[in-house]
Design a protein around this ligand. Structure first.
Ligand code: HEC
Length: 123
């Protein structure tokens, strides 16, 4: 009895599983398993630069010289390594207006932004 039930479920299970596995391929959305280096090739640098200037700029100023959020130019970020900045971007700063961007940005994108802030690439 239990055996026949299991067999009856199997085709549906494998169908669902195949569908889930195929989804990222169909939508072109990178999955977590993707190596960072692969992900770097497919992030849209221009779009991210726009994003930093518009979205981050809405608080930190269009030229990142500060507004509601403090200035985030290279000279203001000397006390933070790029990986710490990446964490701040992804996790936000609890107790301040700095929101977490996890869900909008993946790790690679946040790392790209953190590097760019350190080097002044978005000015
Ligand atoms: C809703 C407003 C708001 C937005 C949008 C925002 N921030 Fe912030 N951010 C803050 C506030 C407030 C702080 C903490 C206090 C401060 O730095 O003046 C902060 C702090 C930071 C810090 C730490 C600065 C330091 O010296 O400790 C970094 C780095 C930073 N934000 C980067 C970003 C990036 C990158 C984005 C876009 C992905 C962004 N922020 C979007 C408000 C914002």
């Amino acid at each position: 009895m239990a055996r026949t039930e299991r067999m009856a479920q199997n085709p549906l299970r494998s169908f669902l599983k195949a569908g889930l596995l195929a989804l990222p391929l169909l939508t072109g959305v990178p999955v977590g398993a993707l190596a960072d280096e692969e992900a770097l090739k497919i992030i849209d640098r221009e779009k991210l630069t726009d994003f930093v200037q518009q979205d981050c700029g809405s608080c930190h100023g269009l030229t990142l010289e500060g507004g509601l959020g403090g200035p985030i130019l290279p000279e203001n970020l000397e006390h933070m390594d790029a990986d710490v900045i990446q964490e701040v971007i992804l996790g936000g700063l609890p107790g301040t207006a700095m929101p977490p961007w996890r869900g909008f940005l993946n790790e690679t994108e946040a790392a790209f932004i953190a590097e760019g802030l350190k080097t002044g690439a978005f000015k």
